[in-house]
Design a protein around this ligand. Sequence first.
Ligand SMILES: [Zn+2]
Length: 96
Amino acid sequence: MNCVICKQGETVPGKTTVTLNRGPTTVIVKDVPAEVCRDCGEYYLSEPVSEWLLERADHAAESGTEVEILRYAAYGGPYRDCRPTSPCGGRRRSCR
Ligand SMILES: [Zn+2]
């Protein structure tokens, strides 16, 4: 697909680092699979991936973490890390 930011670059599958903020909580996730623009470096996440990232940010905020740095691959992707022992009690939408 064409990049919607620079309108010139083409996106290619790659990896990126995503930073999320939830109030005082910052979550940094490395090696996130994404479509990355060859020209400007803008990235585009798929829906399951961005949902997973938002869940991680919520978890970190709920447990009062200030900064959490994760590696996406360590979790094997979306839907794997939410357990009954998680702060949410495993009840989130992604806990399937
Ligand atoms: Zn671009």
